[in-house]
Design a protein around this ligand. Structure first.
Ligand SMILES: [Cu+2]
Length: 307
């Protein structure tokens, strides 16, 4: 029982189960470093307790000096060389693992590779697929295929950070720069994460997830989204508008917007999301007409109830 409790406690500190080779490299580095961390912790703390006990005052007078010990060449060499060896082993291990974590695998001849543009924005993730399909917050990806992510932040002054722990490490989304990362999901499923760089009021709600599906399901989804952007409208409402204005437009960080004629007026809504207004940032700067139309048609069919 105790062993189970201890191992489940330790699991709380461990990285999530990796589902992509780069996440495996991160987990392995963590485990390797942890061996030394744990061993050094136990060594230092037990010596500390042992010496506190061994050299306690006992009958020596309160203000009398304790025995002055100096010069122990072997011991001094050992505690200098030991840490050097430990640091060398850690550095060597990490440098061996690093290319497998950082470098996007080259597409072998005939092998498929998918590229998705990831944009961090206040306060949502926008994905653009090779055929131009746009999605918000939830990414779809095929299982077993290397997915290269081009991560950036189109709005001028806010940095975000893309992080799906089971699919690899964090990568910053920085204005004016494109950072690359990748994953190759080993099993189908939904993997979640969130923006890992404080980016403003609703940063905590800037969640992200990757739904890994079979190649056929992915192809079907991509083709369907290209023909019919209805789902996009819903994602935009939930991922972009509702985080500040409430899921039913009842208001929150932003004012109540249920019943506002702007919601169903493509020109007014386009103007608002392109340029922002007052405290509201230009959440949809650069949105295409199609993106605006998707939102207007969703809101026309599903007017927010206001409560
Ligand atoms: Cu963010």
């Amino acid at each position: 029982m105790a062993a189970v409790a201890v191992s489940s406690l330790l699991a709380q500190f461990a990285p999530v189960a990796p589902e992509s080779p780069n996440a495996e490299g991160i987990r392995d580095s963590w485990l390797f470093i942890s061996i030394f961390v744990f061993a050094i912790f136990v060594l230092v703390e037990s010596l500390l307790i042992a010496f506190v006990w061994k050299y306690r005052r006992q009958k020596r007078g309160r203000f009398a000096d304790a025995a002055q010990v100096h010069g122990a060449t072997k011991l001094e060499l050992a505690w200098t060389a030991g840490p050097v060896v430990v640091l060398f082993l850690i550095a060597a291990f990490v440098f061996i693992e690093l290319p497998g974590i950082k470098d996007v695998p080259d597409a072998a001849a005939g092998e498929e590779q998918l590229e998705i543009k990831v944009s961090g924005r206040q306060f949502y993730w926008e994905y653009e697929y090779p055929n131009g399909v746009i999605a918000v917050d939830t990414m779809q990806a095929p299982v077993g295929v290397p997915v290269r992510l081009e991560v950036s932040a189109p709005d001028a002054d806010v940095i975000h950070s893309w992080w799906i722990p089971s699919l690899g490490g964090k990568i910053d989304a920085i204005p004016g720069t494109t950072n690359e990362t990748w994953f190759q999901a080993e099993t189908e499923g939904t993997y979640s994460g969130q923006c890992a760089e404080l980016c403003g009021l609703e940063h905590a709600r800037m969640l992200a997830s990757v739904e890994v599906v079979s190649q056929d399901e992915f192809d079907a989804w991509l083709a369907e989204r290209a023909d019919d952007p209805a789902e996009l409208g819903q994602e935009e409402w939930e991922g972009v508008c509702a985080k500040c204005h409430g899921m039913n437009g009842e208001g929150g960080i932003g004012p109540r917007i249920a019943g506002s004629p702007t919601l169903t007026d493509a020109e007014a809504l386009g103007n608002l999301v392109h340029n922002g207004r007052g405290a509201m940032p230009a959440v949809g700067a650069g949105w295409t007409d199609e993106q605006i139309r998707a939102l207007v048609s969703y809101l026309t069919e599903n007017p927010p109830s206001g409560s």
